[in-house]
Write a protein that binds this ligand. Structure first.
Ligand code: ATP
Length: 284
C-alpha cells in the first residue's frame, strides 16, 4: 500500500505579535494562506515496526529530527500502529525560509498516514496532534486560508483571497525563527497591521486593498540581521509587484501580482539578484 500527499508552502499575508506570554511563546495574529509550491511525499507501508525517511535534498535531517519522522512516530504511538512506513520526501520548498516547509511535511504525513493506516481520525483531532509538533502544523493540516491566533495553533478558516500570482524570492541565508522572535521587543513595534482591514479586503475580494493591508512585524527584526531582505523587497517593488512582504520570520520575500503579463519581468529581474525565485499561483 502506498499513498501520496502534497505539502504546500504557506505565506503570511499578515503577521502581528501582541505580547510575550509567560510560557515563552508569543501571542500572535496571523493570516495565512497556501501557494502552489509544494513538497511531494510518498508513503509506503512496511511490515516491520519502523520509520524510514529518504529525500533527494542533502540538507535536511533524515532521522528523528525530521518533522515528517516526528509526525509518523506521534501518530503510530497515539493509535498503537504496529506496522511501519517508508516516507520519501521530494523537497521543493526551500528550507528555513519562512515558508513552513517542515511543518507542511509534518501535516502531510499526518494526513497521509491517516489514509494509509485507515485510522479515520477527524480533521480537528489531526490538527490537535499537529499542535504537538509545531505552531504552524495545525494550519498546514487543513490548509486553505485562516486567521491563526494564540501561538498560531487556534484557527479560524476564512474565504480564499482574490486569485493572483505570487513571486517568491529567497536570499541564500538561513533564518532561525527562534532567533528572530528572541530579538523582537514587542514594545518597540512601531506599527501593528490591522487584522479587521485584511479580513474585510479578503471578504470583499479587493486585491489592491489586500496588498495595502499586508504587514509583518518580524520584518524589521530580520532586516536588521540580514539587510539583503530589504534589498530584495525594494527590488521586487521597483519591478512592479503590487504588494510585497517578508513571509514568517523570513528570509523569503513574496510579491503579489494581479496581472499575469507582469510576472516574467519581475521573475527575470529577481533572478539577477538571487537563485531561488519562484512564480506560482495562490492556492484557492
Ligand atoms: P517556519 O516558517 O514554520 O518557521 P521555515 O520555513 O522557516 O518554517 P523549515 O523549512 O520548516 O523552516 O525548516 C526549519 C528547520 O527544520 C531546518 O533547520 C531543518 O533542518 C528542520 N527540518 C526538520 N524536518 C524538516 C523537513 N521535513 N523539511 C525541512 N526542514 C526540516
Amino acid at each position: 500500500m502506498k499513498v501520496y500527499e502534497k505539502a504546500p508552502a504557506k505565506i503570511n499575508l499578515l503577521l502581528d505579535v501582541l505580547r510575550k506570554r509567560d510560557d515563552g511563546y508569543h501571542e500572535v495574529e496571523m493570516i495565512m494562506t497556501m501557494v502552489d509550491l509544494a513538497d511531494r511525499l510518498e508513503m509506503t507501508e512496511l511490515p516491520r515496526d519502523t520509520i524510514i525517511i529518504s529525500s533527494q535534498a542533502g540538507y535536511i535531517p533524515l532521522d528523528e529530527k525530521n518533522l515528517a519522522f516526528q509526525a509518523a512516530r506521534l501518530i503510530k504511538d497515539q493509535y498503537d500502529v504496529r506496522t511501519g512506513v517508508y516516507i520519501h520526501l521530494d523537497k521543493r520548498i526551500p528550507v528555513a525560509a519562512g515558508l513552513a516547509g517542515g511543518s507542511s511535511d509534518a501535516a502531510a504525513t499526518l494526513r497521509g498516514l491517516n489514509r494509509l493506516w485507515k485510522l479515520n481520525i477527524p480533521m480537528e483531532e489531526l490538527q490537535a496532534l499537529g499542535a504537538e509538533l509545531g505552531s504552524d502544523v495545525p494550519f498546514c493540516v487543513s490548509g486553505g486560508t485562516a486567521l491563526a491566533t494564540g501561538r498560531g495553533e487556534k484557527l479560524q478558516p476564512i474565504g480564499a483571497p482574490p486569485q493572483c500570482w505570487v513571486i517568491l524570492a529567497k536570499p541564500p541565508i538561513h533564518v532561525s525563527t527562534q532567533e528572530i522572535y528572541g530579538k523582537l521587543n514587542v514594545r518597540e513595534i512601531e506599527r501593528h497591521p490591522s487584522v479587521p482591514r485584511m479580513l474585510q479586503a479578503i471578504e470583499d475580494q479587493q486585491f489592491g486593498e489586500m496588498c495595502q493591508a499586508m504587514g509583518n512585524v518580524l520584518e524589521d527584526v530580520t532586516v536588521r540581521v540580514h539587510p539583503e531582505v530589504r534589498q530584495i523587497k525594494e527590488c521586487m517593488m521597483r519591478l512592479g509587484a503590487d504588494g510585497v512582504l517578508m513571509s514568517g520570520s523570513g528570509p523569503t520575500v513574496f510579491g503579489l501580482v494581479s496581472k499575469e503579463a507582469k510576472v516574467p519581468r519581475i521573475y527575470n529581474g529577481l533572478r539577477g539578484f538571487c537563485k531561488d525565485v519562484y512564480a506560482v499561483r495562490m492556492l484557492t
